[in-house]
Ligand binder design. Sequence first.
Ligand code: NOJ
Ligand code: CA
Length: 671
Amino acid sequence: MLARALILLACALPAAAQASTRECAQSPGKVLELCVSVADGRAAYAVTRRGTPVISASALGLAFAGEAPVRWTALTDPQRSDVDRRWEQPWGEQREITDRHTEMRLRLEGDTPLNKSVVLTVRLFDDGVGFRYTYDAIPAGQAVDVMADNTEFRTVGDHQAWWYSAWGQERDEYLYGQTDARRITTAETPLTLKRQDGLYLSIHEAALVDFPSMLLTGDGAGTLSARLMPWPDGVAAKKTGPFTTPWRTILIGDTPGALADSRIELNLNEPNRLGDISWFKPGKYVGVWWEMHLNRSTWASGDRHGATTANVERYIDFAAAYGFSGVLVEGWNVGWDGDWTNNGDAFQFSTPYPDFDIAALAAYGRERGVNLIGHNETAGAVPNYERQLEDAMAFYARYGVHEVKTGYVRHSGDIVDADGGRQWFAGQYMVRHHQHVAEVAARNHIAIDAHEPVKDTGLRRTWPNMVSREGARGQEFNAWGDPTNPPEHLTILPFTRLLAGPMDFTPGIFDIPRGGAPVTKRVQSTLVTQLAEYVVLYSPVQMAADLPENYLAHPDAFQFIEDVPTDWETSHTLQSEIGDYVVVARQTRGGQDWFLGAITDENERTLSQPLSFLDPTKRYEAQIYADGPDADYRTHPMSYVISRKVVTSADTLPIVMKPGGGLAVRFRALP
Ligand code: NOJ
Ligand code: CA
């Protein structure tokens, strides 16, 4: 008996020797440190930056159905490694991405069957951290119900936050409010915070695959807790066998630009699984779109139908004449008649209205180097779409379509599943759905631009046909929103929604006065701001959203839209304050030119911008699109001045922006 006890003790010793109560790791440049501890039944992590606390001891782990709250008992098997590598994006805001991080893996041991052994993987970059859980001890085939993610983010100090209340009927299409972070009820991520001392944080997630989307709930005292969008039965995530959660991420920087220029979101996703996707080309498009939002034509069939063969030919001609690669057509397929937002089952994705000849238009476009861009509005009737999905994508593929915009508008905001269950737009059900759509699309060499989407979490690295999304209040709100987007909206988006990934904002409205509409019922910017949007709001596919005739009325300003690319060698956020102004510069991929976009809020603003980002060995012609002296988004939105001058990297560019205004510059490299 004694001998057996001794042997058991001997076996236990090596493991016991590895157990610890606290393990820490530092980012490669020793900027950030994250420590994990297990004490008094609780597992927690804490983050410091240059020695000062950013996140204090915050809870970790998941809760499962049928289990009591876990008591964490041990932290074992720490393993650390360093990574410093570069990889290339097939398209994007930056060609070559550096992935430099420290990884620490630990095992957390708890006293419940499912939390008995959990791997916590932490990655520390100098500009933020990510961590995720792997439940590798769950037996294969065992179904488990995740009820909650217990992860907390206990912020240290007083913060301002830019946020809107989650769970709303308009999903992610709300204006951001700025409040003390203690007022947060439940917020969508990325959730961006500014601490009193000027430190910026943004909490989000990466690689959201087969799991519900994470929201953040505030406790009124600075602690934010993960909140998962549940299934109709209240279960958060339904998993089978071992699984890994998405990464929980915190970007940390001294400026808003440091958040915007961080590449952690991409680095925490898996490499490209689609291989060669040269069939997708980043580019600009026009389309049968704004005219419906202005109610000049209709999605529905009849006298005012927008998607007629003749009208689409007109857009193809315009696209061909001005170098656009795509023409989006909405309202071409059966299902738009009547109250479509409440009757998505009527949509037929391979049946055109009789006045839309897709074969003829595809051929007409092909002869002119223009592709049709498809549109599948589902009105949230996901089962109806899934039943037709294979056919819908094959149908488009037959006509040379390589990009489809999807949509999930529904009046009540709910998605209705095959059992009549009301699904959240970003619960696990919809995360799976969007993934499925992207995979079927990829097989058909089609890229997806999802509207009313699940928020982006960097999946474009793994599935580079997930090219863009909406997921915020876009330009469409400037057609019928009440109120429309105020000027500061464009200075908030780059540091909130855009931290998640590309946004199909649909820039470039030139007819701003719209026959004298009140300012809060039309675009609230100057014309130059509409140009700057192409640089400031990144997307590999960018629409020139206005009607062709409105561009032809201002050919000199339209030149900027013709010239600006949508694929970049590199990008820098040069100056910014969230809600006030933003200045971004990007270099053309595969070229020498640089483009700069600056946008201010409702206040007039003068900045000075050193051009040190330019190649010091070159001279450039700066083609400057500036607000006119009397420009003001309320009174003279159409006032602009175009000038040219030769500059070098040693020069400083004055940026003079009028209320609601901006600046757009092309730096053309001189031979
Ligand atoms: C909402 C989308 O955001 C918009 O772009 C589209 O035109 C309408 N739904 C109709 O599908
Ligand atoms: Ca929308």
